[in-house]
Design a protein around this ligand. Structure first.
Ligand SMILES: Nc1ncnc2c1ncn2[C@@H]1O[C@H](COP(=O)(O)OP(=O)(O)OP(=O)(O)O)[C@@H](O)[C@H]1O
Ligand SMILES: [Mg+2]
Length: 591
C-alpha cells in the first residue's frame, strides 16, 4: 500500500534532513500529491502484487480528509524511492527493514517494475558496442534547439531522442538536408543517414564508460559551498586558468543506476541553457568514480535562501529579483523548456556584476578609454568593490524538462501548484510562474511556506494574503502568478513587460546612486577635456593669426591643421592615434 507512516508523510523531514553527511541522510520525499481514490486503488493493486512491503495500508479510519490532507507520495515515486539506485532512497533505512537476501530479490523485482513504468521509455545504460569504441560516440542532447537537430520533427525525434550517435552518422546527418518540412527525408543522402541512425543502438553513452579523473588534477578545492538533496557543491580554483568555479558532485555514484538519467538531464539542460546572464553558466561536465560532476559558474552571493536569512526583501529588491529571474525564465521558456524546481534555494546571486557590464558598455562606446587614462578605472573599481549590486541567476537545472515531451519529476511540493501534483502537465510554463510567484511571496515575508495542510491549500485556492510591506500592485501581481487556474497566470513575457518592472522602478536607490556617481564622474572628466581643448584651440588661433600675417607656406599648413584639430575636438574622446599625428605640428606651431 502506498500510504506511508505519518512521520514519513511529514515532508518537514525533507527540510530538516539536508545534511552533508550521507550517513545522516534522511528520506526526502519529493514526488508528492494529495490522496485520491485512484491513488488508493492503484496503491492497493500494487500491494496485492506484493509491492512496497515496507508500507502498510492504513485503516480506513486513518485516511485523512482529502481537502486537508498533507501531500502523499505517488505510487511511482514509491517505486523510485525503493529503487536502490535512486538518491531519494535511503539504503540504510531499507537495510534496517529487509534482510540482505530479501533486498536482493526486491531489488531485481523493482528494477523490472521501473523498467516497465519509466516515462517516456527506459533505456539500458550500458552499451557494449560503445564500450568497444567509446571515442566515436556522443549523446544527443534532447534539449538542443530544434534548429540544430530538428527535434520537433516526429521522424527525427524517434530516431534521435535520447540516443547516442557515432561520429560518422553525426557528420552525415549534420551535412545532409535530411528533414524537410513534412518531416520526411528530403534526399537520398538524408535517407541513408537516417537509416544509419535508425540502425544505431538507441542507448545513451554510459557514464560508467566515460569515467575520467579530472577533479583533483585540474581543480584545487577551496571549500564546500552547498549541499542539496542530490549533490555537494565545492568552490574550486582551476589550476590552469586560475578562475573560481562551482563544481557540483553527485552525492552518490550515479553511473549504472536509475538515477543516471537525472544526472545527465541536469548536464543536458545546463549545456543548452547556461548561456544567459540570468541562468547559472555552464562550463563542463564529466563522470569520475561513477559520480557526475558539473563545472558551473561560481555565484559569489550564494543562494536566495541564504540572502533572506536575516530579513525579507523589500519591494525594490524584489523588483530586481523578479526582473532578473523572469529574464532567465523567459529564456528557458523560449527554448520550450521548463525548470520545474524554482525556489529560493535554486536561485543564486552574483554580486556587483554591473561593474563589469558598465565597464564593458563604456569600453564599447569608447575604445580608447584605457589609453586616454580618463580616470574611469577608479570608478569601475569602486563599483566592483560595492557589495550591493546583485544579479540573480536560476540554477539547479536537474528537473528541467521539455514541454514537447514532458518527463516531469516534480520538485519541492512547497513551491508546486496543485495541477502538477495531480499530474496535469498541460500548462507547464505556468507551473514555473506559480513557483516564482510563491517564491516572491516567501522572500517578501510570507514564509516559511507550508508543506501541507489547510494553509498549503489556501495558497493554491486563490487565498493569498496581502503582504503589508508590499504595494497593492505587487501584491496583485503575486496573487495573479499564484492563480489557481494556470491559464489565468501571466506568461513570463507578460511579467517581463509588466509596468511594475519598468527600468527605473526596478533599480534600488543605491544602484541609482552609484550610476549617478559614475555619470557625474564621466561628466567631470569630459568637462576637463573640453576646457583643455578650448585652451589649445585658443592657443592655436593665436599662432595661426601670427603666421597668417607672415603668409608663409607654414601658415597655410597651420590653418589646415587648426581646421582638422577643431573638427576632432568636437568628438570628446578622440583617439590617441589622431592626437599623435597632430602633436608634432602642434608643437611646431606652439614653439
Ligand atoms: N554555482 C553555484 N554557486 C554558488 N553556490 C552554489 C552553486 N551551485 C550550488 N550552490 C549552493 O549549493 C546548494 C546546492 O546546490 P544545488 O541546488 O544545485 O544542489 P541539489 O542537490 O540539486 O539541490 P536540490 O536539493 O534542490 O535538488 C545551493 O543551494 C547553493 O547554496
Ligand atoms: Mg537545489
Amino acid at each position: 500500500m502506498a500510504f506511508r507512516q505519518p512521520e514519513q508523510l511529514d515532508s518537514s523531514v525533507e527540510m530538516r534532513s539536508r545534511s552533508p553527511s550521507p550517513s545522516t541522510q534522511v528520506f526526502h520525499p519529493r514526488k508528492l500529491r494529495f490522496a485520491d481514490e485512484d491513488f488508493d486503488k492503484d496503491s492497493a493493486d500494487k500491494e496485492d502484487e506484493g509491492e512496497s512491503p515496507q508500507f502498510k495500508k492504513r485503516p480506513a479510519t486513518d485516511v485523512p480528509d482529502i481537502s486537508m490532507s498533507p501531500p502523499c507520495q505517488k505510487v511511482q515515486a514509491l517505486r523510485l524511492f525503493s529503487t536502490p539506485a535512486t538518491p531519494k532512497t535511503i539504503l540504510t533505512q531499507c537495510s534496517n527493514h529487509l534482510s540482505a537476501a530479501a533486498a536482493a530479490v526486491n531489488a531485481s523485482r523493482r528494477e523490472d517494475l521501473v523498467r516497465l513504468t519509466e516515462r517516456p521509455r527506459c533505456l539500458p545504460l550500458h552499451n557494449r558496442n560503445m564500450q568497444a569504441h567509446p571515442q566515436d560516440t556522443a549523446n544527443v542532447n534532447p534539449f538542443t534547439p530544434d534548429s540544430l537537430l530538428a527535434h520537433n520533427k516526429k521522424r527525427c525525434r524517434t530516431q534521435f531522442g535520447r540516443e547516442n550517435l557515432n561520429v560518422n552518422a553525426m557528420q552525415k546527418y549534420l551535412l545532409s538536408d535530411n528533414c524537410d518540412d513534412d518531416g520526411s527525408a528530403s534526399a537520398d543522402g538524408g535517407n541513408d543517414s537516417q537509416r544509419e541512425f535508425s540502425q544505431q543502438a538507441p542507448k545513451r553513452l554510459a557514464l560508467h564508460d566515460t569515467n575520467i579523473s579530472r577533479f583533483k588534477r585540474e581543480f584545487m578545492q577551496v571549500s564546500v559551498i552547498g549541499v542539496g538533496e542530490f549533490g555537494e557543491v565545492f568552490q574550486c580554483v582551476n589550476r590552469l586558468d586560475g578562475c573560481i568555479y562551482a563544481i557540483k558532485r553527485s552525492k552518490k555514484p550515479v553511473a549504472g543506476s536509475s538515477f543516471e538519467k537525472r544526472a545527465l538531464n541536469e548536464v543536458w539542460a545546463h549545456a543548452v541553457l547556461g548561456k544567459h546572464d540570468n541562468v547559472v553558466r555552464y562550463y563542463s561536465a564529466w563522470a569520475e568514480d561513477d559520480h557526475m560532476l558539473i563545472q558551473n559558474e561560481y555565484c559569489d552571493g550564494g543562494s536566495l535562501q541564504s540572502r533572506i536569512q536575516q530579513h525579507p526583501l523589500g519591494e525594490s529588491e524584489l523588483k530586481i529579483l523578479l526582473m532578473h529571474v523572469i529574464e532567465g525564465l523567459r529564456y528557458i521558456h523560449s527554448n520550450d523548456l521548463v525548470h520545474m524546481d524554482l525556489k529560493p534555494e535554486n536561485i543564486f546571486s552574483t554580486m556587483n556584476p554591473m561593474a563589469h557590464k558598465m565597464g564593458g558598455d563604456t569600453q564599447a562606446q569608447n575604445p580608447s578609454k584605457d589609453e586616454d587614462g580618463d580616470g574611469m578605472d577608479s570608478v569601475y573599481e569602486e563599483l566592483r568593490n560595492s557589495e550591493n549590486l546583485v544579479t540573480y541567476k536560476i540554477g539547479d537545472l536537474g528537473h528541467v524538462t521539455s514541454v514537447k515531451e514532458p518527463h516531469v519529476e516534480e520538485g519541492d511540493c512547497r513551491y508546486l501548484p496543485k495541477e502538477i501534483l495531480h499530474e496535469d502537465y498541460a500548462s507547464l510554463f505556468k507551473a514555473d510562474i506559480f513557483s516564482l510567484g510563491i517564491t516572491l511571496y516567501e522572500v517578501a515575508g510570507g514564509g516559511p511556506l507550508p508543506k501541507n495542510g489547510p494553509e498549503w491549500h489556501k495558497l493554491r485556492d486563490g487565498d493569498v494574503p496581502s503582504l503589508p510591506a508590499l504595494s497593492k500592485d505587487f501584491n496583485e501581481l503575486i496573487a495573479q502568478m499564484m492563480h489557481p487556474n494556470p491559464n489565468k497566470r501571466p506568461t513570463s513575457q507578460s511579467i517581463f513587460n509588466h509596468p511594475i518592472l519598468s527600468a527605473v522602478d526596478s533599480k534600488s536607490k543605491l544602484q541609482l546612486g552609484l550610476e549617478l556617481t559614475v555619470e557625474k564622474r564621466k561628466n567631470e572628466i569630459l568637462m576637463n577635456k573640453l576646457r583643455e581643448a578650448k585652451k589649445q584651440i585658443k592657443l592655436l588661433e593665436q599662432k595661426v593669426t601670427v603666421l597668417a600675417v607672415a603668409n608663409t607656406p607654414e601658415s597655410l599648413e597651420g590653418q589646415r591643421c587648426l581646421r582638422s584639430f577643431t573638427r576632432r575636438m568636437r568628438t570628446p574622446f578622440s583617439s590617441d592615434r589622431n592626437k599623435n599625428q597632430l602633436s608634432p605640428l602642434f608643437d611646431k606651431l606652439v614653439s
